[in-house]
Design a protein around this ligand. Structure first.
Ligand code: AGP
Length: 609
C-alpha cells in the first residue's frame, strides 16, 4: 500500500526522501512523488511507475530544500497516473501526502467546489489539501488547521502536510494508518514505516490513533484525539540499517526464504527451556491470562490465516482446547457467539492489516477473556491494541509474498499451544518432545534448503501450465493452501488447494496431463489415505509432484516425481514442508519472468479495507 516519508532539516532532504521511498517499495505502489519547499517555492515532481523513474526525473531537474514530503501511491480513488500521484496541493502553498481512504470525500469535494476550490485530480486525498487551506483562513497555525480538518474527515488515514509559507514545520495526523516520527539531531522525520528512516535515525516515536503532531527541526509537539497535549515515548529500534538490502540474493523473497533457520533461532531465544516454554514470552500477566483458556478464536488474512489454520489442528490435538479460525474480513461483519473463557488471537506479519485490526476492535467489545497478537512489527497497531503479544523476531520481511513470517508465526503459535497445554495438565513429556523438535527445526530447515537445485529443475515443468492443484491432509492441508497461495501470488498461475479426501467430491474432474498435482506427504497416520488419493490422480493421467518423507518409501516413476525430505516428527512437519513449496513458487515465478518481490496488484501491508 502507499508509503509516506517526510523531513524537516537544515540539509537538502531530497535524497533522504527518495531513499525512504525506495525502502518502502516493497509495500507495492504504482506512482511516486515528492514536494519540497525551496526558499519561497513549493516544487513538486511526480511520476507513474517505479521510484527509479522519479529519481531519474529529479536527477534531470534537481529539487532542493530542507522541508519536504514524499509518497508512493497504490491507487484506490482514481487511475494510477501522474495527475493522481501524491503529493497533492492546494494553490501554491499547501502540499499533502496521504495513506488510506477518506470515505466522505464526495460531500467534502462538493462543498469545497462550492467554496471555489478547483480540483486537479480524481483522488480523495485532494480534499485534505483544500480543506486545510480553507481552515487556515480562520486558524492561528497549520497545527490548528489540521486539527480542525481531522474532525471533518471520515475513514482511515495517515497524512503529512507542509506549507510553503512556513518551511520550519510539517504537521502530521494519524487515524487508522500508521505513522512514526524519526528523531534526528537538529532534524526530524516522519514515515509510514520505520524502515524508510533507518539510514537517518534509529530513534523512533510511534503516534497513536487520533494524534496530530507538529514537527520542527528541534521539536515534536503532539495533541491527542481530545486536543490534549501529550508525549509519546521514544524508542531505539534494533532493526538494522541493511535490513532493506538483498545481500547475495537476486530477490528479497529468496533472501527471506534462506533466513528462516536464523529467524526461527532468534524467535526461540530465551523463550524455551530444556523441557518447556517460558509463558511470560507472551507478555506481563500471560501466565494468569492463559491459565483458564478453554477456547481459541484466531482471526487473520492471507498467509497469516493459513498459519492459523495449521494451529487449529495443534490447539485441539495437543492442548485440547477448541479452536476456530476465520478470515478477518468475514469475522468483522458477522454476528458471532463468544464461548466462555475464550482467547481472541490475531496473526499478522505487519500488525497493520486493516481487516485484522477492525476484527480486534470488534472482539474487544465481545467479551473475550483476553486478546493476543502474534506479530512481527514491534509497536504496530495490533501489538499496542492487544492484551498480550508474541513478537516474532523474524526480521524485516520485504517480499510481498510472505515466507519467513509464515514459518516463524507457526513457531509462535506452537509455543502458545504448548503454554496452554501445560496449564491444562497435558503430559510434560509430550511438551518436552515438541520443544526438543523446535530446537532441531532450524537445522532441518537448513537441510531442506539444499533441495533448491532439484526444485529449480522441477519448476521447468510448470512453465507452460495455467493451473495447479495442491493436496494435503490434516495439518498439511493448510500447507497445501499456503503453497497454492504462494504460487498464484508470484507466478500468476491459478492454483487451488484441497484436503486430499475431497478430491473425489469434485476436483478430480479437473485431472488430466495438463494439471500438475502437488502433494505434501509426511510420514504420518494419514499417509495410507493420502496414497490412495494419489492413485486416484495417477489413474486419470495426472502428473504428481510429491514432497514426501524419506521413510515413506514412495517410488518415482511414470506420473510421479518425488522430492524426499528428512524425517521430522508430525507435530512440526507443517513448518518443514512449507520450505520446498516456497522454493517451487519462487523458481516457477523466475521462469515466468514475473516481478517476484512486488507481484502485480498486490501490496505488502493491506492498510485499507
Ligand atoms: C502473503 O504472501 C500475502 N501477501 C498476504 O496474504 C498477507 O499474508 C496478508 O495480507 C496478511 O498480512 P499481515 O500478515 O501483515 O496481516
Amino acid at each position: 500500500m502507499c508509503g509516506i516519508v517526510g523531513a524537516v532539516a537544515q540539509r537538502d532532504v531530497v535524497e533522504i526522501l527518495v531513499e525512504g521511498l525506495r525502502r518502502l517499495e516493497y509495500r507495492g505502489y504504482d506512482s511516486a512523488g515528492v514536494a519540497i519547499i525551496d526558499g519561497d517555492q513549493l516544487n513538486r515532481v511526480r511520476r507513474v511507475g517505479k521510484v527509479s523513474e522519479l529519481s531519474n526525473a529529479i536527477a534531470e531537474t534537481p529539487v532542493l530544500g530542507g522541508t519536504g514530503i514524499a509518497h508512493t501511491r497504490w491507487a484506490t480513488h482514481g487511475e494510477p497516473n501522474e495527475k493522481n500521484a501524491h503529493p497533492h496541493v492546494s494553490g501554491e502553498n499547501i502540499a499533502v501526502v496521504h495513506n488510506g481512504i477518506i470515505e466522505n470525500h464526495g460531500p467534502l469535494r462538493k462543498r469545497l467546489q462550492e467554496e471555489g476550490y478547483v480540483f486537479a485530480s480524481d483522488t480523495d486525498t485532494e480534499v485534505i489539501a483544500h480543506l486545510i487551506e480553507l481552515e487556515l483562513k480562520t486558524s492561528d497555525s497549520l497545527l490548528e488547521a489540521v486539527q480542525k480538518t481531522r474532525k471533518q474527515l471520515e475513514g482511515a488515514y495517515g497524512t503529512v502536510v507542509i506549507d510553503r509559507r512556513d518551511p520550519s514545520r510539517m504537521v502530521v495526523a494519524r487515524s487508522g494508518s500508521p505513522l512514526v516520527v524519526g528523531l534526528g539531531i537538529g532534524e526530524n522525520f516522519i514515515a509510514s514505516d520505520q524502515l524508510a528512516l533507518l539510514p537517518v535515525t534509529q530513534n523512533f516515536m510511534y503516534l497513536e490513533e487520533g494524534d496530530v503532531a507538529e514537527i520542527t527541526r528541534q521539536t515534536v509537539r503532539i495533541v491527542d484525539i481530545n486536543d490534549k497535549e501529550v508525549t509519546r515515548e521514544a524508542k531505539v529500534s534494533d532493526v538494522t540499517h541493511d535490513a532493506g538490502d538483498k545481500g547475495p540474493f537476486k530477490h528479497f523473497m529468496m533472501k527471506e526464504i534462506h533466513e528462516q533457520p536464523e529467524a526461527i533461532t532468534n524467535s526461540l531465544e530465551g523463550r524455551i527451556t530444556e523441557t518447556g516454554v517460558v509463558t511470560e514470552t507472551f507478555g506481563a500477566g500471560a501466565n494468569e491470562l492463559l491459565s483458564g483458556i478453554e477456547h481459541v478464536q484466531i482471526v487473520a488474512c492471507g498467509t497469516s490465516y493459513n498459519s492459523g489454520m495449521v494451529a487449529r489442528y495443534w490447539f485441539e490435538e495437543i492442548a485440547g482446547v477448541t479452536c476456530q479460525v476465520e478470515i478477518a474480513s468475514e469475522y468483522r461483519y458477522r454476528t458471532s457467539v463468544v464461548p466462555k473463557n475464550a482467547l481472541f488471537i490475531t496473526l499478522s506479519q505487519s500488525g497493520e492489516t486493516a481487516d485484522t485490526l477492525a476484527a480486534l476492535t470488534k472482539a474487544k467489545t465481545q467479551g473475550y477473556a483476553s486478546t493476543l497478537s502474534i506479530c512481527n512489527v514491534p509497536g504496530s497497531s495490533l501489538v499496542r491494541e492487544s492484551d498480550l503479544a508474541f513478537m516474532m523476531r523474524a526480521g524485516v520481511e520485504i517480499g510481498v509474498a510472505s515466507s519467513k513470517a509464515f514459518t516463524v508465526q507457526l513457531v509462535g503459535l506452537m509455543l502458545l499451544v504448548l503454554s496452554i497445554a501445560k496449564h491444562r495438565g497435558v503430559d510434560e513429556a509430550i511438551i518436552a518432545n515438541i520443544v526438543k523438535g523446535l530446537r532441531e527445526l532450524p537445522g532441518q530447515i537448513q537441510q531442506s534448503l539444499s533441495l533448491e537445485p532439484v526444485i529449480e529443475a522441477l519448476a521447468e515443468d510448470f512453465a507452460d501450465k495455467h493451473h495447479a492443484l495442491f493436496l494435503g491432509r490434516g495439518s498439511q492441508y493448510p500447507i497445501a493452501m499456503e503453497g497454492a497461495l504462494k504460487l498464484k501470488e508470484i507466478s500468476y498461475i491459478h492454483a487451488e488447494a484441497y484436503a486430499a479426501g475431497e478430491l473425489k467430491h469434485g476436483p478430480l474432474a479437473l485431472i488430466d496431463s495438463d494439471m500438475p498435482v502437488i502433494v505434501v506427504a509426511p510420514n504420518n497416520d494419514l499417509l495410507e489415505k493420502l496414497s490412495s488419493n494419489m492413485e486416484e490422480v495417477r489413474a486419470r493421467g495426472g502428473q504428481l509432484y510429491v514432497f514426501a518423507d524419506k521413510n515413506a518409501h514412495f517410488e518415482a516413476g511414470e506420473g510421479l516425481k518425488l522430492i524426499e525430505l528428512d524425517h521430522i516428527d508430525d507435530a512440526l512437519a507443517p513448518i518443514l514442508y512449507t520450505i520446498p513449496l516456497q522454493l517451487l513458487s519462487y523458481y516457477v515465478a523466475i521462469i515466468k519472468g514475473t516481478d517476484v518481490d512486488q507481484p502485480r496488484n498486490l501490496a505488502k501491508s493491506v492498510t485499507v479495507e
